[in-house]
Design a protein around this ligand. Structure first.
Ligand code: AMP
Ligand code: MN
Ligand code: MN
Ligand code: MN
Length: 286
């Protein structure tokens, strides 16, 4: 069991628990260092930090930035960012501004497939109306009986090639890394196993090119242990971390009760050969 959980979501993006509830739950589960990493948004960090103080755990300021790279959507986690940094705040604002339009197109596309009224329905699930996303659509489609769970909605409707999927231009990779570094943070490639699996997955040679670009652009870390990796993927991405000189991160990517494979703080240790991402800020503090 690790003391660190460096990836999770609150109602500020597509999580089910408020920042206070997330931090409280993490503390109850023995997490000592928690990063809240909402999608394209840092608005939950102040509340999370206040709660963390009263629970006696350390809150690491985080964010998960949506990026378009070639034909792929990537997620870049920023850790130890200054949430007040102007360029970061402005960049995140810009990414968020496209979400409403994408949501409208998704709803139109689902309507053409015979499922109407989804836009209003999805918005009811978005506690933060600014950050409507596919998860909110999925929850609504489960509520209305179209699928049995969120995972099935994604498979049937919300991924590339399916009726509710709408391609979208997110931030570019260099900008996301620059915003994170400019805000004093460390850029981490989130859940790489998600990019190499599934129908429109990137091949291994493309993954290598991505890791080359990511490190050349100033990226420093890679998630080795995450809720969406299998055991063989822990070993696989530990090898990539070593090969590319990247620090290894771990996080549940918890979204809420009943929706996530891994609960907060319920992660196996990083493989032995990994240099943990927290060595970067421990060294800085020493
Ligand atoms: P968006 O940023 O609106 O495109 O939504 C991305 C979010 O959808 C991710 O952060 C996950 O929370 C969720 N998601 C993506 N793929 C899946 C999947 N296959 N099953 C369940 N949730 C998923
Ligand atoms: Mn999410
Ligand atoms: Mn993600
Ligand atoms: Mn996430």
């Amino acid at each position: 069991m690790l003391d660190y959980d460096l990836h999770c979501h609150s109602t500020v993006s597509d999580g089910l628990l408020t920042p206070t509830e997330i931090v409280t739950r993490a503390a109850e589960r023995g997490v000592k260092f928690l990063a809240l990493t909402d999608h394209d948004n840092v608005d939950g960090l102040e509340e999370a930090a206040t709660t963390a103080k009263s629970c006696g755990i350390e809150l690491i300021n985080g964010v998960e930035i949506s990026v378009s790279w070639r034909t792929h959507t990537l997620h870049i986690v920023g850790l130890h960012i200054d949430p007040k940094n102007a360029a970061l705040v402005e960049g995140l604002h810009h990414i968020r501004s496209g979400r409403r339009h994408r949501a409208e197109l998704m709803a139109e596309s689902l309507a053409r497939a015979g499922i109407g009224g989804v836009l209003e329905g999805a918005y009811r699930y978005a506690a933060n109306q600014d950050i409507i996303g596919r998860t909110h659509f999925a929850r609504y489609l489960v509520e209305t009986g179209h699928c049995k769970d969120v995972g099935s909605v994604f498979k049937r409707y919300l991924v590339k090639g399916k009726p509710g999927y709408v391609p979208h231009q997110w931030a570019n990779l260099q900008d996301a890394i620059d915003w994170i570094r400019g805000a004093g943070g460390i850029a981490v490639l989130a859940h790489p196993g998600r990019y190499t699996a599934g129908r429109k997955a990137m091949g291994k040679s493309t993954l290598v090119e991505l890791l080359e670009e990511f490190t050349a652009m100033g990226g420093k870390g890679i998630e080795v242990v995450t809720g969406s990796h299998t055991q063989p993927q822990y070993a696989e991405f530990a090898r990539y971390a070593t090969k590319f000189g990247l620090l290894s991160s771990c996080g549940s990517d918890y979204h809420g009760p009943g929706e996530s494979y891994r609960d907060l703080g319920r992660l196996p240790d990083l493989p032995m050969e990994c240099i943990p991402i927290w060595s970067a800020w421990q060294a800085a503090a020493a």
